[in-house]
Design a protein. Sequence first.
Lengths: 150, 150
Amino acid sequence: MTPVPFLLAIAYRAMTEDFHARLAELDREPLRPAHGYTFRYLAENPEATTVGLAEFLGVTKQAASKAVAELHNWGYVERKPHPTDRRAHIVALTERGWEYLGVADRLWGEVERGLADVIGAGQVAAMADSLGAYIDHVSGGRSAPPRPVW
Amino acid sequence: MTPVPFLLAIAYRAMTEDFHARLAELDREPLRPAHGYTFRYLAENPEATTVGLAEFLGVTKQAASKAVAELHNWGYVERKPHPTDRRAHIVALTERGWEYLGVADRLWGEVERGLADVIGAGQVAAMADSLGAYIDHVSGGRSAPPRPVW
DNA sequence: TCCTTGTAGTCAACCTGGTTGACTTTATCG
DNA sequence: CGATAAAGTCAACCAGGTTGACTACAAGGA
């Protein structure tokens, strides 16, 4: 019998593939998972900086800096001077970035409905509750949730 | 609300960290997840070859070859001549390999019980059923299950 | 005010775990 | 046989991270 953690990983991989297939159908650039988390962080933190992003992603600031540069090249993100700290830059989603995030959210919703089609909406809700409770439990004192493997 | 796929990934990551913490408590070498899948494949396929392993892992044969070499260096795996094909080699777990696999299975069981402590054994079973059904559904015609992200 | 200590960000070198491509040796099938 | 395919290796490369050294600016005392 396959241990439950492995089932989680396999299912996640399958869903990610589903997501990318749907992106490809729309002729969308397939960004990596880490980019998705970056988008979410920027969407929720309008004053985001590279260092803040690095902490959120759980990587070094150098790695975060590379990611920002990449997303900037692709036009999803812009860098503005920080209002009070001249060392720092505000990193923010562009129009294009917001639009991509909207599409991604819609597609993840479709993937989730695909799961519901197989196991039922009730089971999906129960699973979300269970996983949420587990994540809360293990993140314990920490404020930020643990990041996924990517 | 966090999409369910992300919850899967975050929970998997948390469980992996739990697993590695338990390994570390036992002063065990922390092998990577891919190694775990390799062990499982070798355990179930006593006539395994490098190419077969590569297909199972979903990587190139060169990558599988590197992994085998590494596990061989660490004494978890041995290479024997193939009985009928002189190009090929049988790759098999050593005693040490079997022993490690046993420990890993026990620890994954503990991690799973940690989940059950939070959400209840019934929910764990329901989740395992649901995920299993989903994985079966999406793997469709394919015989081998999709591999996790590592 | 200046001076020390800390922080945002970058540059460069390196590591890891994979990739592609070229190759040798052995199998297999007409 | 001879052509084609498969097992495995070697070498070069790539992507996405790391560590370490550095610059520019910030902030809080003496």
